[in-house]
Design a protein around this ligand. Structure first.
Ligand SMILES: NC(=O)c1ccc[n+]([C@@H]2O[C@H](COP(=O)([O-])OP(=O)(O)OC[C@H]3O[C@@H](n4cnc5c(N)ncnc54)[C@H](OP(=O)(O)O)[C@@H]3O)[C@@H](O)[C@H]2O)c1
Length: 276
């Protein structure tokens, strides 16, 4: 399989590069290609002429997006459209990596792939708009929504928790946001399987099960054998520039339709910590 990856130096991008080692892979980091630059995107897609493009490049600073709305839309939406146009020109298939933050979090049961988008922050808005535009530009696009990424090679929730727990007698973690932690190597493997399955449409790809950030932190400390106290706090006690959905669990039905199963998030935490 000839695959081109944008965002190859990011958290997910690094896992994709490892996962796709056996394929004819062309990885681009932000210093190779700025996806806002149409001419450059067009040029590298023409040259690499891939069967599949995986678009993992994005402006992912959720709080930063609130004060940099133009940048958020320029990268996450216009940049994504550039990649889709280039894909259309050369007949490449595209997987666009999107987010649980396209939803508002008012659900009490997992979001299905076809549920209405209703983002409550700028990052989510930029990704939701991108999804809509990509479907227009490239109807056979595969939109892979994921959530709460963690993995080696960058800023990651487990690494932050371990660092805090090692230096403080007690840590406070939010207990009123529920989602599914997703391990980047598991996500990369599922994305590769989606390419092989010639997937299209919206697919939800997270590790199975769900928890709050507090539960996630407790599991990280438990598996690490650390006894640092953890205090459950509310989102209201820790105001951030961007609002977060209270519930952003994604139903796996759309992934199961391709015969793909994801490991439980607790199993992923164990493997992440073992490899550290
Ligand atoms: N992290 C999460 O919890 C999460 C949750 C749901 C969905 N997602 C989605 O998953 C995908 C991968 O996320 P991630 O966690 O791997 O993010 P990440 O670590 O921030 O990686 C994103 C990469 O995109 C690059 N990039 C930024 N602006 C660019 C531009 N204009 N042109 C080209 N490259 C650019 C960044 O490079 P620089 O660092 O050099 O700017 C970075 O290497 C993204 O689409 C994200 O929206 C992430």
């Amino acid at each position: 399989m000839r695959v081109t990856v944008f965002g190859a130096a990011g958290l997910l991008g690094q896992a994709l590069v490892r996962e796709l080692q056996g394929e004819q892979l062309t990885p681009f980091s932000s210093s190779d290609v700025d996806i806002r630059d149409w001419a450059r995107v067009q040029d590298v897609v023409r040259t690499s002429h891939p069967e599949w493009i995986v678009l993992a490049a994005a402006y992912t600073d959720v709080d930063g997006c609130e004060s940099n709305r133009d940048l958020a839309f320029a990268v996450n939406c216009e940049g994504a459209v550039n990649v889709a146009r280039a894909a259309r020109e050369v007949g490449s298939r595209l997987i666009f990596v999107s987010t649980d933050y396209v939803f508002d979090g008012t659900n009490t049961v997992p979001y299905e792939a076809g549920d209405l988008r209703h983002p409550i922050n700028v990052y989510g808005e930029s990704k939701a708009r991108a999804e809509e535009q990509l479907i227009e530009v490239l109807p056979e696009v595969c939109i892979a929504r994921t959530s709460w990424l963690f993995g080696p090679g960058g800023k990651s929730f487990p690494a932050t928790i371990l660092k805090l727990a090692a230096t403080r007698p007690e840590i406070s973690v939010v207990n009123d946001q529920r989602g599914s932690p997703t391990f980047t190597p598991d996500l990369a493997s599922a994305l590769a399987q989606l390419c092989r399955a010639s997937a299209h449409g919206i697919v939800h790809v997270t590790n199975s099960g769900n928890c709050t950030w507090y539960d996630f932190a407790r599991e990280i400390l438990r598996v690490s054998g650390m006894s640092t106290a953890i205090k459950a706090v509310t989102t209201a006690e820790f105001p951030r520039p961007a609002r977060r959905p209270a519930y952003s669990v994604l139903s796996a039905d759309s992934l199961h339709a391709y015969g793909i199963r994801m490991p439980a998030w607790q199993d992923a935490v164990r493997r992440y910590l073992e490899a550290r």
